[in-house]
Design a protein around this ligand. Structure first.
Ligand code: ADP
Ligand code: 5GP
Length: 202
């Protein structure tokens, strides 16, 4: 099976990950979004199987015990996890996999998949701009906004662990930067290795 890239986009809630990942998916048919499992209840118009697979805590624990997850973490009081099968199915279909996950999950994927996992942290231009984007999204109550702002600083402090940082100030510039990182990552030797091996054996 061709093994592709794991292209990981992290950053605090409201920083613009969904917007940037949506652009990347539109621009690159080679990429497929990993749909995570979560115990968080659906927000607004979210439907099961599109943004997330919504599961109960009991289901999540059972999946965890049967090693369903390539990574999993508690984020903002809810459980989130990425299924190994989702990654394998995307690779089998010739795709790279795009992840919108938190830094704990990113580090687990880096430990497990090494150079095949590429991690980018999206940063806000300022904490006040982050808060206004979070509020502008209009999906969360006051207590949730406050909890996410407190978590944001901690997540941003993890910046040295990432391979790439993008400040999402001007949206078009941030889109171009993420495009450039993805394009370059596809030329990593680890991703090209099966092609090189068949060249050398010919
Ligand atoms: P996340 O997925 O990281 O929680 P979203 O993609 O949902 O963030 O973006 C949060 C809000 O910020 C949305 O209303 C989005 O349109 C807006 N946004 C994203 N990027 C920018 C930007 N560069 N400038 C201004 N607003 C932005
Ligand atoms: P939200 O509830 O706003 O959709 O996501 C909250 C946080 O959970 C975001 O930082 C998002 O990136 C992260 N997240 C979503 N899915 C996963 C996952 O499968 N694993 C991990 N570790 N984090 C996830």
């Amino acid at each position: 099976m061709r093994e592709g890239l794991l292209f990981i986009v992290c950053g605090p809630s409201g920083v613009g990950k969904t917007t940037l990942c949506g652009h990347l998916l539109d621009a690159h048919p080679t990429l497929k979004l990993s749909v995570s499992y979560t115990t968080r209840p659906p927000r607004g118009s979210e439907r099961d199987g599109i943004a997330y697979h919504f599961v109960t805590m009991a289901d999540f624990n059972a999946m965890s015990e049967s090693n369903t997850f390539a990574e999993s973490a508690e984020v903002h009081g809810n459980q989130y996890g990425t299924s190994v099968e989702v990654i394998q199915a995307a690779w089998a279909g010739g795709h790279d996999v795009l992840f919108d996950i938190d830094y704990q999950g990113a580090m687990q994927l880096k430990t497990r998949f090494g150079e095949r996992a590429v991690s980018t942290l999206i940063m806000p231009p300022s904490m006040s701009e982050l808060e206004s984007r979070l509020r502008g999204r209009n999906t969360d109550g006051e207590a949730v906004v406050q909890r996410r702002m407190a978590a944001a600083r901690h997540e941003l402090e993890q910046f040295p662990q990432f391979e790439y940082l993008i400040v999402n100030d001007d949206l078009e510039s941030a889109k171009s930067a993420l495009d450039a990182i993805y394009e370059a990552s596809r030329f990593r030797p680890v991703v090209q290795s099966s092609r090189v091996r068949s060249l050398l054996s010919s």
